[in-house]
Write a protein that binds this ligand. Structure first.
Ligand SMILES: [Zn+2]
Ligand SMILES: [Zn+2]
Length: 307
């Protein structure tokens, strides 16, 4: 039910439609108005067409994996859990090696460390990064890899289409100067249409290109520093709190057990936790890989604890 509610998010649905429309529009303009007129009869037409469509295919594959994959939803308990004796339960949980597990007051379930509640999905998500309307899903422990791959291929497609459009435009201007001036009168309407398509595609590519590059950079920084944006914000607030009122800090710490800042893991190990153990080439493919932190472990609604 929660996942269905997430899919019905109007903002997410509009962003999904906009994404698919932008991809198909870019493909249409590149083939119809860039490659066919500019490189017709040349091997470059087939080559650029194949490479561009391969990038779009990978982009859509990563996007659908990010959209339809489970981001790492914490399962709900089959029966309601009694949280009335929460303090003694949590101390016993810690004794049994369940440190960092917290209780979500909205889901009414136990959640593992670094899980956060998403208000759109209405579920707790393991190592939640943020809720992204462009994939109409949360970005969490299990689908962050696909999300980053989607950003990567969107950036590549934007850059590639910019290069193709600019080179086709330059070619067109040179050709016009080259002596086809008498045909100008006949081609005027289509020429305007072509230029309009070029401008729209350039604007689309620049906007999406810059947007995904910024998010791509943020994602890599959050992986390398082992801190999600939620944790960054919470840690900043905690530092601020400590600065302003050091005396009251101890009372709130029981509510928000923070992720230890931070395990000094090597950057490559942190990247492998997201992208899997395969070679770097596999990191670019939307293939399933079990990251080391998840390998073999299946999270149940309850930690190993006698109720
Ligand atoms: Zn929750
Ligand atoms: Zn969400």
């Amino acid at each position: 039910m929660a996942s269905l509610r997430c899919r019905r998010d109007p903002c997410g649905v509009i962003c999904l439609i906009l994404t698919y429309f932008s991809v198909f529009y870019a493909d249409y303009v590149v083939i119809q108005y860039v490659l066919i007129p500019t490189y017709s009869g040349s091997v470059w037409c087939t080559l650029h067409g194949s490479v561009f469509n391969l990038i779009l295919l990978l982009l859509l594959a990563c996007h659908s994996k990010a959209v339809f994959s489970d981001p790492g939803m914490v399962p709900l308990p089959d029966t309601a859990i009694d949280f009335s004796d929460l303090r003694s339960q949590s101390s016993r949980m810690n004794e049994r090696g369940c440190e960092g597990w917290t209780v979500c007051s909205r889901c009414e379930t136990y959640r593992p460390p670094r899980a956060h509640h998403c208000r759109v999905c209405q579920r707790c998500i393991r190592r939640m990064d943020h809720h992204c309307p462009w994939i109409n899903n949360c970005v969490g422990e299990l689908n962050q890899k696909y999300f980053i791959q989607f950003l990567f291929y969107t950036g590549m497609a934007s850059l590639y289409s910019m290069v193709l459009v600019v080179s086709a435009w330059v070619w067109r201007i040179r050709n016009e100067r080259g002596g086809d001036a008498e045909k100008d009168g006949e081609e005027t309407p289509s020429k305007h249409l072509i230029v309009a398509h070029y401008i729209i595609l350039l604007v689309e590519s620049v906007l999406f290109g810059v947007f995904v590059m910024v998010i791509f950079y943020d994602q890599l920084v959050s992986i390398i520093t082992d801190e999600t944006p939620i944790e960054q914000m919470r840690n900043r607030l905690m530092i601020k709190d400590r600065g302003s009122s050091s005396s009251s800090a101890s009372s709130s710490s029981s509510q928000l057990p923070h992720h230890p800042s931070h395990t000094r893991k090597p950057k490559l190990a942190l990247l492998r936790e997201v992208f899997g153990r395969g070679s770097i080439f596999c990191w670019l493919l939307p293939l399933h890989s079990s990251p080391p932190s998840v390998g073999g472990i299946t999270y149940s609604a309850l930690p190993d604890y006698d109720v």
